[in-house]
Ligand binder design. Structure first.
Ligand code: MN
Length: 252
């Protein structure tokens, strides 16, 4: 890890600022805390407001999403997602969820995610933040078939797949955004140790993960940086530099 000359910002590459009771305040807080934040949407209907608020900031980017857990009710919004795609550099939250509550909609989820990947590949230059809970192999199959690395980049958000699935994702050039909850899990720690340093990012998934009994905010990503540093035997500032450089490389 080489120290950067420019001072590194904290990076929260997956949060949901539009799910906070006061979205304007949540975006303003991320902006003034100086956290490079990617706020994702779960439905394309939320895009215009997210896009507009994020465009007035330096540090907050917004993603155009269609969350796999919502596909059962909102697959009809895929057309709207496609309509907005030319405006979006970042795409997410998208992906597949194979958990017991959502497994029934898997055929529809597969159809939607395939379409999203094809559209991103056609457009080129998109950066995707991807949900793969209990569906890592299927997610990787679709990425391999429809989104070659030179047509778009994938960040696996809160990856919970196996070691062999992690190896496969590494081979496909995926990035991984890790959060404080993952870093508490021994199983996830083993996976994180396998990941190439240049593919590591951090996230909060705010407001979903609690920090000290409260819903997390982007600035709480510091705790993921600290835990990651402890796991990798590095200092927090080395990890902060590394993650910021990785984010800059990915975005530029
Ligand atoms: Mn999320």
């Amino acid at each position: 890890m080489t120290p950067s000359t420019e001072s590194a910002m904290l990076v929260d590459f997956h949060c949901h600022l539009d799910l906070f009771p006061d979205m304007d305040a949540a975006i303003a807080a991320a902006e003034s805390a100086g956290v490079l934040s990617l706020t994702v949407t779960t439905t394309p209907r939320a895009w215009p407001r997210n896009r507009d608020l994020a465009s007035r900031t330096r540090n907050v980017k917004s993603g155009l999403g269609l969350h796999p857990q919502l596909v059962a009710e909102r697959a009809s919004e895929l057309g709207l997602w496609e309509q907005f795609l030319p405006e979006a550099r970042f795409v997410g939250e998208v992906g597949l969820d194979g958990g017991p509550h959502y497994y029934q909609s898997m055929p529809e989820q597969l159809r939607v995610f395939e379409r999203i990947l094809v559209k991103c590949a056609n457009a080129g230059g998109k950066i995707l933040t991807v949900h793969s809970y209990r569906a890592a192999s299927k997610v990787l199959d679709l990425i391999e078939n429809y989104l070659p690395p030179e047509r778009g980049r994938v960040v696996l958000h809160w990856f919970t797949g196996s070691k062999s699935e992690a190896q496969r994702a590494i081979g496909l050039g995926c990035y991984f955004s890790v959060n404080s909850e993952m870093l508490r899990s021994e199983r996830s720690q083993e996976i994180i140790r396998l990941l190439p340093f240049d593919k590591l990012l951090t996230e909060t998934d705010a407001p979903f993960i609690e920090v000290q009994g409260k819903p997390s905010r982007p600035a709480d990503v510091q705790s993921a940086v600290d835990s990651l540093a402890a796991l990798l035997g590095r200092t927090s500032s080395e990890v902060r530099d590394l993650v910021y450089q990785n984010a800059k490389t990915l975005i530029s």
